[in-house]
Design a protein around this ligand. Sequence first.
Ligand SMILES: Nc1ncnc2c1ncn2[C@@H]1O[C@H](COP(=O)(O)OP(=O)(O)OP(=O)(O)O)[C@@H](O)[C@H]1O
Length: 446
Amino acid sequence: MKKTLLIVDDKLKLCETLAQTFEQIGYQAFYALNGREALRMCATQQIHVVLLDMMLGEENGIDVLKQIVLLYQHLPVIMMTGYASVETAVQSLKLGACDYVKKPLDFEQLVNVVENAIHLSAFSTVPQERQYALTEDEFPCIVTQHPAMLAICQKAKKLAATDLPVLITGENGTGKEILADFIHLHSTRKAHKMLKINCAAFPETLLDNELFGHEKGAFTGATTAFKGVFEKADASSLFLDEIGDMSLAIQAKILRTLQNREIRRLGGHNTITVDVRFIAATNKDLKKLIQAEKFREDLLYRLNTAVLSIPPLRERQEDIPLLLDYFLRQHSHANAAQIKHVSDAVQEQLRAYHWPGNVRELKNVISYAAAVSAHPTIELEDLPPDFLDMPQRHAPENIREEMEKNLILSMLEKTSYNKKKTAELLNMGRKTLYRKLKKYGIAAPE
Ligand SMILES: Nc1ncnc2c1ncn2[C@@H]1O[C@H](COP(=O)(O)OP(=O)(O)OP(=O)(O)O)[C@@H](O)[C@H]1O
């Protein structure tokens, strides 16, 4: 397989020349002229190494570096810098770049640095993934370029460095489990496999047994002792999915475990100390469950210190084309087939849909369409038959609304999603801006 290189520089000529030169020595080279395009390439191409310029026009290469390191922690990034900015280059090493080269570029030296980076990354990172018992394809990768999602990943990475319990909320299929994987893989516990349990999948007594285990003779048929997931996850992390679906009695036991870091097996007399990092997820509104007396308030308080709320896909439409490319590439890889593309009409349809099943639904729709389409381009008739009959998202009702939405989006981009500045530039009150963001389904990070 060819080694692939991504060149990120705002100067097209330089990108083209570098790409050509690397292709001449057997590389496959891609280029991107800005950070957005760079993230898109990382998500949709199998890149082995990134060559990133420090000055990307109005953008700062360091910001792009931070985003790449955040989402693709195993991807080596080499910074390209002018003589004057060696200090910044050193700073970039602290932020996760693996090396830097000075401009004007000495091609021979550059090739050495690139080869070295690929060599080192193959040895230092892949074994860790293997240890985690995932193949490279299964390695969880959060594909996004939406500011709200990037902010969530940033926060998740910070939380990963602590041992705080984390609560992840979001609708079905928004990526709660993949975010839990991300936290675990950024934590000091990553060498151990994270255990996962779906609380909604078990009736109460079975869930109790799965979580806390039992002693021999605890009940008829308990011929041997059994370790629950809390014990099995010792020194690692435990992902409790659908925690809104647990009985109050189990919630009380979980709370005790969180507080005392110990459990007692069913039928056991001794307490067992467990060292487990706790990540929980729910698609339910836990406050509402508390009102309905189905969820313990004290458990929510315990979990509430670190909450990550993933926005639904319809509020981050910008991610749709990116995810689309990513899933098409996955599909082609899994089926050893050529990568397919989608027609403009399909793109339009996908953007207008309201995605109640979020990213999982998008993945399923794309896998289906890629499998049934007989041509390199996926057309409307390749989409699942019931998909076209589904209700569409609230689209702007008239041209004025369309213009208003686009104006807000461009001002948000211009101010790096600073809502105060955006409201000022648009000459509207902050409350009005919030109302309009909600109306048009625009997610903007706090
Ligand atoms: N940002 C993303 N990038 C790439 N893949 C994603 C992303 N978000 C979700 N997925 C994929 O979509 C599918 C659903 O994601 P996941 O299982 O993490 O969602 P969930 O919120 O935990 O779902 P549920 O609420 O049903 O348990 C998975 O195959 C996951 O890999």
